[in-house]
Write a protein that binds this ligand. Structure first.
Ligand code: NAI
Ligand code: ENO
Length: 305
């Protein structure tokens, strides 16, 4: 791989940015990587692990950068952008990795100076861990990165960012923001909410079940607890900023749940059997289509020890 951007600036040095820095270095995709995080502690850790050139202000990090990537929680993107906007180099590309796209485009877009190319993106890869120590170079290998070109995005800037993500190991697709947010509400956001709920229910019952919930956790519940350990700030922001699509999917989810609840109450075994037969076919279809790669879901990646 060869250099795609001379200088890349990563704002927010958590799981996603640190994995980007390691994947960029692995493939030699940039000559220089700078980074900034709000907390002194995070900057100190990033320096200690030699992640990138860590700056004490966001404006120092983005100065002269050819690509700036916002890697902060979705709700923090607008404020960060307002701070760095005057320091962006004309002709630079600005991107982000937020889990929601329409709200980010609406919040960040108005701050983007003329002459800066805004190309939002979202890598469909992550874990429940946070912070600069959580990153690993393989996180994006064989995962999807969805690029969501804003209206009037420069095709050359889009193609260059796609090359960067491919260089980091990802497969790249394009989608519009609204469609992205609906697809992610189904595949990621609502499942996270269900996991949070299930773990909350188990916790509410803990007086009755004592420690048995943990002791006898089968794989399904263990996955729920893993997901429910994800960063609370990040997920608060995801739900508040993908409100419409999440509520739409939750509405459908509760309708189906009530139908299953009724089938159990009325002992309608045919309903249950038909439903589970249908869902099994969906799972098998995913496997036959080769969509289920080494990890059973895109968030299953585990940091190699
Ligand atoms: N964690 C995951 O599995 C995935 C997360 N994302 C998205 O990536 C973004 C970053 O997530 P992670 O790296 O997981 O989070 P993280 O919690 O590991 O890191 C976030 C970083 O942003 C910094 N930060 C927070 N607020 C800030 C502010 N106002 N100004 C400057 N820095 C600030 C924090 O200090 C931290 O360094 C989020 O927008 C999230 O939606 C996308 C794909 C997967
Ligand atoms: O850890 C998991 O299971 C995930 O689902 C990771 C993840 C979280 C948020 C995203 O926007 C994309 C991927």
């Amino acid at each position: 791989m060869s250099v795609i951007y001379d200088k890349i600036a990563l704002i927010g040095l958590g799981l996603i940015a640190s994995s980007m820095a390691l994947a960029i270095k692995r493939a030699g995709l940039a000559r220089e990587i700078t980074g900034y995080a709000r907390s002194q502690q995070t900057r100190d850790i990033a320096r200690e692990i030699d992640l990138c050139t860590v700056c004490d202000t966001a404006t120092d990090a983005v100065r002269d950068a050819d690509l700036v990537v916002l890697c902060v929680p979705v709700g923090a993107m607008a404020a960060v952008m307002a701070d760095i906007a005057p320091a962006l180099k004309p002709g630079a590309t600005l991107s982000d990795v937020g889990s929601v796209k329409k709200a980010v485009i609406d919040a960040v877009g108005p701050h983007v100076p003329a002459g800066v190319h805004f190309v939002p993106a979202h890598p469909l890869a992550g874990t429940e861990h946070s912070g600069p120590r959580a990153g690993f170079a393989e996180l994006y290998d064989n995962r999807w990165c969805i690029i969501v070109p804003a209206d009037g995005s420069d095709p050359a800037a889009v193609a260059r960012l796609a090359d960067l993500w491919r260089g980091m190991g990802a497969n790249v697709d394009e989608m519009d923001a609204e469609h992205h947010d609906l697809v992610l509400a189904v595949t990621s956001h609502t499942p996270h909410l269900i996991a949070y709920t299930m773990v909350g229910v188990a916790d509410d019952l803990s007086r009755v079940t004592d420690s048995e919930v943990i002791k006898y956790s089968a794989a399904g519940f263990r996955d729920f607890t893993r997901i429910a350990a994800s960063d609370p700030t990040m997920w608060r922001d995801v739900f508040l900023s993908n409100k419409e699509a999440t509520l739409e999917i939750l509405g459908r989810f509760t309708e189906e749940l009530f139908a299953l609840q009724r089938a159990i109450r009325t002992e309608d075994g045919d309903h249950l059997h038909d439903y589970f037969t249908r869902t099994r076919a969906i799972r098998r279809g995913i496997i036959e289509a080769g969509q289920d790669t080494d990890a059973p879901n895109f968030g299953r990646a585990v940091k190699p020890r």
